[in-house]
Each structure stands twice: as structure tokens, then as C-alpha cells.
Design a protein around this ligand. Structure first.
Ligand SMILES: O=C(O)CCC(=O)C(=O)O
Length: 290
């Protein structure tokens, strides 16, 4: 097993340099055309983050004083940045971590302008699973978790916090106490033992097992914008997890697919073929699921 994979399995995350300076500048330029840093809101209210699975509309960016979560695939006018989702270095690291035949199942951007307080409580990415169906066996070292999530910032960031090594074991009593009885989002004032900030330079990515206990967080209003590509993949050599269903397949119409680059179109066709093979998200956390 490679050193990188070993570290990923032990800690639940790895940090890798991905983009060159030139690519960072290119990507920033594309991003600036979609999301303006000049746009300021007069809004002084405190907002909860949008429920990520719905996603925001690009045209709403910065109208409220909060972080935004944009789904880039299935949203027209985001095509100029789609090549980020098949960046060869990203794909080769994911392949090293979980295996070949990668299917993209999340391609988003986490974005905010300066001055935002962003607080998404501690959680594992099991929000799609009803709380009473979340069993400890899902967080076992014996179970292959067929999902890698990635944050690739175009501006340095320190928004993601993780509890290293928490991805393949159940909660400790201290973590249970911090969750306060829920298996979804912990209360915002939870004091999670062992939580650390993941500090990333622009162009560096964190690849994480999203069973890891993690959160998105800033204690104070941010001083710099957030422009972070956020992606998820699984390997088609094994059945997908519940994260696979994050893309809204209904929006992948023939008309939409026709407007994509040949590579992106092929990736979406592979996504749809996999969706046909595994149509039911609710099967994916059952014990009998292969
Ligand atoms: O980097 C972040 O803001 C956290 C994202 C997150 O918690 C998630 O996607 O589940």
C-alpha cells in the first residue's frame, strides 16, 4: 500500500499539492467571472448555512451575509470551470486512495466574500440516512467506504475542521457527549475532543473520507474570500455510498448533456449508467448491501 493511502486509511484525510501557480490564476479568473468579490450585502443577520443538498443559485451570491454552496454540475453557465472536475492530478490521487473507474458525484464550490461567519456543526456525512438507521458498523475499519471528498481552495483556507482517525470507528464517549444525542449535526456550541483545523494553501487539496467527524467553521468574520472547489468521487469497481445520489440526475437531460465538453459528457453518462445499476439510495446503508 502506498504511503499516501496508508495515511488516508489511518488519519481519514491527506493533503496534496494539486494546482500550479498558473492554474490557480486561471481558475481564479474563471471563478471571479462567476462570483464577484465586489458584491457586498447590507445584510447583518446571522444565517444558518443552506442545507447543502439543495444548493444555491449563482445569481444570489453575497446577497446574504453567509457562505454559499453551489452545485456546478447541472447548473448552466458553470461550464468554464468543469475541467477542474477531471483534473488529472485529482483523479490520480483519488484512484490511489479508493481504486480505478472513478465516478464524480459532487462537483460544487463553497464560496463567501470576506466578513462572513460560517458555522456548520460537527457531523459525519450521513445526513441522508434517518438517524435511527445510522449504525456503528458504517464506521468500521472492515467496511470499505467508497467515497472520497475533496476541498481544493483557490484562496488559502482554514474553514474545514476534522477529528483525525474518527472515520473508521464509532464515536468515543467524549464525542457522543459532544453530539448531545444526535447522529446528524452536533449543536453549534459542542466541544468536540480532538478537533483540528485543516490549513490549506491555494491549490492544495484535502482528500477526506467523509465518515470523518468534521465541520465547516470560522470563529470570527472571515478576512479573505472563500473560493473552494468541493468534489466527491467513488470507484465503479464497487457499489456506491449514499453520497452518490447528491447529483440531481433529473437535470442531466439530453439537452444539458449536449452542451457539455466531451469529457464531462462521458463522465455524466458514466454517472447515469451507475445510477441505473444502483437506483435506490436507501439500499446503500443496509447491512445486506454488497
Ligand atoms: O469545508 C467545509 O466547509 C465543510 C464541508 C462539509 O462539512 C461537508 O461537505 O460535509
Amino acid at each position: 500500500m502506498s504511503e499516501l493511502r496508508n495515511q488516508f486509511e489511518k488519519e481519514g484525510f491527506v493533503i496534496v499539492d494539486i494546482l500550479t501557480e498558473e492554474e490557480i490564476a486561471d481558475y481564479r479568473q474563471i471563478m471571479d467571472a462567476m462570483l464577484s468579490e465586489q458584491k457586498k450585502s447590507g445584510d447583518t443577520e446571522k444565517h444558518d448555512s443552506t442545507f447543502q443538498h439543495f444548493g444555491d443559485d449563482l445569481s444570489d451570491f453575497a446577497s446574504e451575509n453567509r457562505q454559499y454552496y453551489f452545485h456546478l454540475l447541472t447548473k448552466p453557465n458553470t461550464e468554464p470551470i468543469h475541467h477542474a472536475f477531471h483534473h488529472p492530478k485529482v483523479l490520480s490521487v483519488v484512484e490511489e486512495l479508493i481504486g480505478p473507474k472513478l465516478i464524480v458525484n459532487n462537483a460544487s464550490i463553497l464560496a463567501s466574500n470576506p466578513g462572513v461567519i460560517y458555522q456548520l456543526g460537527w457531523h459525519r456525512d450521513v445526513i441522508q440516512i434517518p438517524e435511527e438507521e445510522i449504525e456503528d458498523r458504517l464506521f468500521s475499519a472492515d467496511r470499505f467506504h467508497n467515497s472520497v471528498q475533496i476541498n481544493l481552495p483557490l484562496v488559502e483556507e482554514s474553514a474545514l475542521w476534522v477529528v483525525p482517525g474518527s472515520h473508521n470507528r464509532p464515536n468515543t464517549p467524549g464525542e457522543d457527549a459532544a453530539f448531545g444525542g444526535t447522529r446528524h449535526y452536533a449543536p453549534l456550541d459542542a466541544n468536540m475532543p480532538g478537533g483540528v483545523i485543516v490549513r490549506l494553501k491555494a491549490g492544495q487539496a484535502v482528500f477526506y473520507n467523509n465518515n470523518l467527524i468534521h465541520r465547516g467553521w470560522s470563529d470570527e468574520p472571515t478576512k479573505i474570500p472563500r473560493r473552494t472547489l468541493h468534489m466527491g468521487y467513488h470507484s465503479a469497481t464497487q457499489p456506491p455510498t449514499w453520497h452518490f445520489y447528491l447529483l440531481n440526475a433529473d437535470l442531466l437531460t439530453p439537452e444539458y448533456l449536449n452542451g457539455l465538453s466531451p469529457t464531462m459528457r462521458q463522465m455524466m453518462e458514466e454517472y447515469l449508467a451507475c445510477r441505473e445499476q444502483y437506483p435506490r439510495m436507501e439500499d446503500t446503508w443496509q447491512e445486506a448491501y454488497a
